[in-house]
Design a protein. Structure first.
Length: 414
């Protein structure tokens, strides 16, 4: 008949001490570690569930928790990408602003150069027109003097021609009247005078021709000068029109630059708002990262403690299975004993001593059974303490995940 040996009892005692040790070591971690409430509720409702199913359920919950952590990491990565994109847009806006400032400086320089060119051109136009007017007046005065001198020479020529005609008429009428010696001398004087007048007339003609040539040359010079000054005036006029067009184009560009500067100012304001948002996001990300690190550390501690508790639970379940096997053997021995007693009930009167011995054996077996029942109650208490420890760990995990935790100790004890 199988009887529980003392080394079986020795196995149950370390189980209680190990459970108490686990409880004492894991009790300071009751702060903010969370777990899935459905797991605790299922463990509380089905206390007789197998450890393999509990472990599988825990694995599923941990998988979902890791999926949530990965999703959170993805959100953090997207926030980092958005922050990087914002920094790139800020850099591009700064470069665009610098380019606009360079364009504005170049346009300002070009406008100043064009203004100076316009001023020089206006000054040159004014000076050229003044010089042209002065030259035209001078040439007109010279022409008037030449015309006046020409008229004088023409009057002189007509006077001399009249004198020559008078001399010719007097010489032609002289033979009609008689000639005296005095008339001969007088005719000689007239011939000399006529010769002088002819020579003077030729000189006047030559001077008139030279004056006419000078007048024609002066007229040609004046006409050419007038044409040249007209061409220069038209050229200056075209240059002025080109400068006016350039000024209008520069005014358009200046208005465009002012619009771009206003847009740049708006971009600066939006960049300031983006910077504030970026600083807020950085602070928020730093806080989230610190919280995530703290949660990771707590989850790692919870995972380690759950691994220890799972191993301890496996050992306790193995011990419970051994105790159940011993109890089954005792029950089988008791059944066999009862069968033997029933088969020998007819020999009780004759074998009283044997019956007494058997009664003593039955009492010993009952005491052993009571002792085993007491050890079973101790194991049940240890298992209840273990489940309380699991309940504590699950509540801590629920506090991490922000979910409510349901206790399983009361339901298990019920």
């Amino acid at each position: 008949m199988p009887v529980v040996s003392p080394h079986k009892q020795g196995k149950s005692v370390p189980a209680r001490t190990s459970l108490s040790g686990v409880t004492s070591t894991s009790s300071p971690k009751k702060k903010s570690v969370g777990a899935a409430p459905s797991l605790l509720q299922s463990l509380g409702e089905s206390g007789a569930a197998s450890p393999e199913e509990s472990v599988e359920f825990l694995c599923k919950k941990f998988t979902s928790l890791f999926a949530l952590l990965q999703q959170r990491e993805g959100e953090l990565q997207r926030e980092r990408d958005a922050r990087k994109l914002l920094e790139e847009s800020q850099e591009s806006a700064v470069s665009a602003r610098q380019q606009l400032e360079q364009d504005r400086d170049a346009l300002r320089t070009e406008v100043e150069a064009l203004h100076s060119r316009m001023e020089r051109s206006d000054n040159l136009n004014v000076a050229g027109l003044a010089n042209m007017k002065a030259d035209i007046r001078r040439l007109e005065r010279e022409r008037a003097l030449l015309v006046e001198e020409k008229e004088k020479w023409e009057e002189e020529q007509s006077r001399l021609a009249g004198q020559l005609q008078q001399g010719g008429s007097s010489s032609s009428t002289a033979p009609r009247f008689g000639r005296s010696p005095e008339d001969g001398s007088h005719d000689g004087d007239q011939e000399e005078q006529q010769h002088d007048l002819e020579s003077e007339l030729n000189t006047v003609k030559l001077q008139r021709e030279s004056l006419r040539a000078q007048c024609e040359r002066k007229d040609t010079e004046l006409r050419l000068q007038n044409e040249r000054w007209k061409e220069e005036f038209n050229c200056f006029k075209l240059q002025k029109e080109d400068l006016q067009k350039t000024c209008r184009a520069l005014a358009t560009k200046s208005s465009r630059v002012n619009a771009l500067l206003a847009e740049t100012k708006e971009l600066q304001q939006s960049l300031g708002a983006y910077k504030e948002r970026l600083d807020a996001l950085r602070a928020k990300n730093g806080k989230i990262e610190s919280e995530a690190k703290l949660k990771d550390a707590k989850l790692e501690a919870v995972r380690e403690s759950e691994d220890k508790m799972r191993e301890q639970l496996r050992l306790e379940m193995a011990k419970n299975e051994e105790l159940l096997a011993d109890r089954k053997e005792l029950e089988a021995g008791r059944v066999k004993l009862l069968q033997g007693l029933s088969s020998r009930s007819n020999q009780l009167d004759q074998k009283g001593e044997e019956i007494e011995a058997l009664k003593r054996l039955v009492r010993e077996l009952e005491e052993e059974n009571k002792r085993l029942s007491g050890s079973k109650e101790g194991l049940c208490k240890a298992e209840a303490g273990h489940l309380e420890q699991i309940d504590t760990l699950k509540r801590e995990r629920d506090s991490l995940q922000g979910k409510p935790a349901w206790g399983i100790t009361a339901s298990f004890q019920g």
